[in-house]
Ligand binder design. Sequence first.
Ligand code: GLU
Length: 502
Amino acid sequence: MRPGPVVTRIAPSPTGDPHIGTVFMALFNLAFARRHGGRFILRIEDTDQGRSTRESEEAIFAALTWAGIPWDEGPDKGGPHGPYRQSERLPIYEEHVARLVQAGRAYPCFCNAARLKSLREEQLARKEDPRYDGHCRHLDPALAATRIAAGEAHVIRLSVPDEGECVVPDRLRGEIRIAWSTVDHQILRKTDGFPTYHLANVVDDRLMGVTHVIRGEEWISSLPKHVLLYEGFGWELPEFIHMPLLRNPDKSKLSKRKNPTSVTWYREAGYLPEAVVNYLGMMGYTLPDGREMFTLEEFIASFDIDRVVLGGPVFDLAKLNWLNGRYLRESLSPAQILERLHAWRLNDELLLKALPLAQKRLTTLADFMPMAGFLLRGALDYPTAELAGSDGACTARWLRIALWELEQLRPFTAATVRGVFEGMVEKEGVALRELLAPFFLAVTGAKVSLPLFDSCELLGADVTRRRLHEGLERLAAMGHELKGKTLKALEEDYRRRYTENR
Ligand code: GLU
């Protein structure tokens, strides 16, 4: 190991829902840092301004807090190497890009979109991997400086060798070798002055003193670019540890099509954080004594990164259910479960939101639970034939379109959900009542229930979307599966009709 204190980090991008993989990485980074008496940093990589949101950043904090994973430095906590949000570090990147250009390790590129497009098409036609051809690499620096001074749009690209290969040690994988010819001349600084992930990530890892980069294997292909950056700055490499990716039971990369990936869903669906963290600790890893149930502290106390095995660990909801059940049965008292129920959804806050919706329909108090019980349920039980209605294929299409719409809906409120369905009424040429019938069933489990849009808000985006997903799975089991060409055609049709003029 390198001398000096161990520093690890996670560097999530605040886009979309907080991903279960972020908690997985956080767990292993935290354990490694703690085990070696070091520090664990949370850095927010929000250089993609178009996609990054504060809401998503907050959701990352909330997800890690729920999971009980603490960080030592971060945007909310501060620390000696702040700011910890990349959008607040632009002058640092600017200065570092200039250093690379000065050293001849990076160069300004003036190629316009049209040239890049035709280059790409030519390369694809020749069955080559698209890669920048170095056209601007050898421009006279004085001439380039004049063009920049004249305000010409440009990016800064990394200068990549044409031949040979990049060889980098990875603690779990040994030497990783990647031919330079397959590595693109990465854009380091975009026309708008923002750095790209690669530059900001390497500069920050260095300036924040990160000694061990523990991250998912999907970043291996970026490694040669990072190595060039470290070399360009004259910095020693950190130790790289590329963890295996979490997989769906069919071994494909964990994806929300096949498995819930949002941490918020796990919370809202009634999983215990300690069970989720315990389960993540079993992904590619076994404790030295083979124990299956362990606390975070126990995991950390015996943690040994060299025990990680690389075969893609399967994140299987059925196994998580088994473990979660064991926690409920074996490690919590009834009084503790009651506390968990309160903290989860069975509380005045939720009931007070549901009651005004139910009030008009109450004859006795006993009417309330049958009406509102769906807010506290996991899987719903209703006849799938009723969901399908007279045209199951059409219902499947509606569910699929609504899911696409709801996946990007921010904020997720009764009013915005209503907007989605009203939009569908217009685009699908159907009456609202007819359109909503299957949704009532899929979301609440009953034909008549609390008002649908409010119910969606109360359930939250994750649970609502999951229920629509389950509806789709039920329809698929009845023979109305949307897949392959049909799904592709539907998606194209959806993009054209719904999203093009947004
Ligand atoms: N921003 C990257 C992500 O979203 C960080 C990858 C890394 O750890 O280097 O995961």
